[in-house]
Design a protein around this ligand. Sequence first.
Ligand SMILES: O=C(O)[C@H](O)[C@@H](O)[C@H](O)[C@H](O)COP(=O)(O)O
Length: 299
Amino acid sequence: MKLGMIGLGKMGYNLVHNLLQHRHEVVAFDMNSEAVQSAAKEGAIPASSLEQLVHSLETPRIVWVMVPAGPAVQSVVDTLLSLLAPGDIVIDGGNSHYKDSLALAEKCSGHDIHFFDVGTSGGVEGANHGGCFMIGGNEEVFRGIEPIFKDIAVDRGYLYAGKHGSGHFLKMVHNGIEYGMMQAIAEGFELLDKSPFDYNFEDVARVWSNGSVIRGWLMELTENAFSKDPKLEGIRGVMKSSGEGKWTVETALDLQASAPVIALSLFMRYRSLESDTFHGKVVAALRNEFGGHAVESAK
Ligand SMILES: O=C(O)[C@H](O)[C@@H](O)[C@H](O)[C@H](O)COP(=O)(O)O
């Protein structure tokens, strides 16, 4: 099939590569003209503007937007709405909030344009060689573009999840689970690190990757990481986050769903951003007040 790709960052660029490998025709655009030139060298049709991208496609046009979630997606879709025609298709493959996707779907439907919210997982490797796609939107229209997902997903790695918003909602919950699983793995290794035993962490991650209940891709990545730096001495334990863990916890609160592991994983990430905490000072001061327990000087 022929489609346009807007946004040639790590994910967009590798999706273009994947699509080209499967003999789809891709018209590629990015604000960064060097990325467009690189995609063209791989076989994509370069576009120097959104207008040119839209005019290089045949109706019904399929345009995949792979730009950072939030204002960037909103602004690209707003521009597309002035260029596309009824019946055309817009796919947001980024990590957008499902409520933003619901609003965009409504806006698009006002122009008779079909919108799909697609949660994309598997990182750069997945985008390049076969990822996981969670798709929300109109089912009948989806069946028309299904061959694209069949080709670029790993085996059985795509799902028509349901109506608008369901794709990005599913990806949000996926990321919440990702936070909890990574935190649990990390806590296990911290226990091993503090234990009286002298474990080789790469070996431990390898044995746990083979046949154990907790095997999986995250454990394989743990083995990779320890193979490069056996005690991870070269990096600091600062755990940043992009927002989906927070959205998962906010949504759990809204729905009164109990998600304590995901919530604590998120708080651990925030905690990791601070070298000292005010709450720690307060507890230390109180212990000192009521029990005369020693405090450590800030200097
Ligand atoms: O499924 C995936 O491929 C990942 O979940 C990915 O989409 C995620 O957004 C980033 O890896 C960072 O997420 P955090 O910055 O929130 O850890």
